[in-house]
Ligand binder design. Structure first.
Ligand code: ATP
Length: 235
């Protein structure tokens, strides 16, 4: 579904990712893990069209998409839930969800999806007229995910969805991600919560200083000595 080859992205003189290659197969959950500053967010932003790569190719559903604008990628079926959620705090939950569907005009389909989101995330139904900014962190993350799903993505990119959330809410988020995937959406997830991410992931990539250093199935990375030592507290 997504195939990245030799991708490099810089901020001025700083090369944030270098010659990065990765694949996301349809129907899978793929995790990208690594320490602070390893280049995870840069990778996600480059895929979503928010940053322009210096070199390399991004192929999504058979089309070369590097350099495409974010809205064009959303129309093509690729949607990002950014780090820090970025919900619209001064807009209601309902308006946030509607924003997610702004490029669609199939009113009946939008209505169906709205209903689906409220079934998946019952808290949103209860809070439809509440301002997004007044919700708790976990609720905002649910809203951010639901909003992204309103564009009916084939590939959902999640940048640190569990960041700053209480452990009980973190398990909820991972459960929801697994469910979204089971319902047919392919997922690429960036996480510092390495253990939980690898547990739900079919495949994982480890990024260090802008380069992929290890890769393998979620299970194999979870039991890999080097990964355990560096990212799982040696356990
Ligand atoms: P984090 O989990 O902290 O977000 P990350 O793995 O997502 O880390 P990136 O945010 O992609 O890492 O950063 C990769 C590198 O690029 C780091 O060295 C960082 O300092 C640098 N960097 C990130 N954003 C900018 C920016 N806007 N301007 C300059 N350098 C940046």
């Amino acid at each position: 579904m997504l195939s990245i080859r030799d991708l490099s992205t810089s901020y001025g003189q700083i090369k944030a990712i270098r010659n990065l290659s990765l694949d996301v197969e349809e129907g899978k959950i793929v995790a990208l893990i690594g320490a602070n500053g390893a280049g995870k967010t840069t990778t996600m932003k480059t895929i979503a069209g928010l940053l322009t790569p210096d070199q390399g190719t991004i192929t999504f559903l058979g089309q070369r998409v590097e350099g495409w604008k974010p809205h064009k990628l959303v129309s093509a079926g690729l949607s990002l839930v950014p780090e820090g959620r970025a919900i619209l705090g001064q807009m209601t939950v309902l308006e946030n969800l509607e924003m997610g569907a702004f490029q669609r005009n199939d009113q009946a389909g939008i209505k169906d999806d709205m209903e689906k989101m409220m079934n998946w995330f019952p808290i949103l139904r209860e809070r439809l007229s509440q301002l997004g900014g007044t919700m708790s962190g976990g609720q905002q993350q649910m809203l951010a995910i639901a909003r992204a799903l309103m564009s009916r993505p084939k590939l959902l990119l999640l940048d640190e969805p569990s960041m700053g959330l209480a452990p009980i809410v973190v398990s909820d988020i991972f459960r929801v991600i697994k469910q979204i995937n089971q319902e047919g959406t392919t997922v690429l997830i960036v996480e510092q919560n390495v253990k939980q991410a690898l547990k739900i992931a079919d495949y994982g990539y480890v990024l260090e200083a802008g380069q992929i250093v290890y890769q393998g199935t979620g299970e194999s990375l979870l039991t890999d000595e080097k990964v355990k030592e560096a990212y799982l507290g040696g356990r």
